[in-house]
Ligand binder design. Structure first.
Ligand code: SF4
Length: 263
């Protein structure tokens, strides 16, 4: 099997992309505040749709040359929303996501504040969201920026550092305790947790138990439980069946008292 047949997606080539249909967010207009020529991420997940991260970035990046400036992002968003409103295109969310981890952008707060102003001007009812891998929530500055958003969809795939290292390949200075504390101090978050089986599996009772302990500590308002929807970067992983995902969600509901949905 060659790389192309692994269903790896091309990188986003612009700041604004979509709208795209999203199982978890509805009709979503994407904002990519990361480079367009390479993936910039603090993880290199085995299941990433954008192939491996060449070098997981060990913190907030200050190599800003490849990143769009805040004014470029807000003007691209304004042009796009102007067009969507003119064509009466339905939209549920405007989502920071794109070619890696959006919270690595050093001007995150300025960009989110400007995006909020543009959203309020054109489509105030549409939610402003982020899909984040949670790796930077130890930073008070990042948390303050995230609090400006309507939907903070934050990743936590496992409850032990060992499993996160195997599944998500984080940057070397990753500390699960710091991430859990950061997530707990954010308000009203949605936790996104992807489960896989195969060479690495986070669905056995012990792994689920350890993950559930962290979910209880964090107290999100919702947990999204899901699995692969494409062939992953690592070939020896496979999709978890629906009954297993439903069992994991039921553990969250009944044992942690937190709403959970399967996607
Ligand atoms: S956090 Fe997201 S972008 Fe980064 S490697 Fe994992 S799946 Fe890919």
């Amino acid at each position: 099997m060659n790389r192309a047949s692994l269903n790896i997606l091309p990188l986003q080539s612009e700041i604004i992309y979509g709208p795209v249909p999203s199982k978890r967010l509805g009709v979503s207009l994407g904002i990519n505040i990361l480079p367009t020529s390479y993936k910039l991420c603090s993880f290199s997940c085995l299941y990433c749709k954008y192939d491996w991260t060449s070098k997981p970035t060990p913190h907030l990046t200050y190599q800003t040359d490849d990143l769009p400036r805040p004014a470029e992002v807000s003007s691209a968003l304004e042009m796009s929303l102007h067009r969507l409103v003119k064509h009466r295109t339905k939209l549920d969310c405007i989502t920071f996501s794109g070619n890696g981890e959006p919270t690595l952008h050093p001007d995150l707060a300025e960009i989110i504040a400007a995006a909020k102003r543009v959203r309020d001007q054109y489509l105030p009812e549409v939610k402003l969201a982020i899909l984040s891998n949670s790796s930077t929530v130890g930073s008070a500055e990042v948390r303050a920026a995230l609090e400006m958003l309507d939907l903070k969809v934050m990743k936590l795939d496992a409850g032990s550092e060992e499993m996160i290292r195997r599944l998500n390949n984080p940057m070397p200075n990753f500390y699960l305790g710091e991430i859990v504390a950061g997530l707990r101090s954010l308000t009203d978050i949605i936790l996104q947790s992807l489960f896989v089986q195969g060479r690495v599996a986070n669905t056995d009772p012990d792994s689920v138990e350890r993950w559930l302990e962290k979910v209880r500590e964090i107290q999100p308002r919702l947990v999204q439980v899901y699995s692969l929807d494409r062939l992953p970067t690592e070939r020896k992983l496979w999709r978890v069946n629906l009954p297993t995902l439903q069992w994991i969600a039921s553990q969250v509901r009944w044992r942690a008292g937190i709403p959970a949905e399967v996607f």
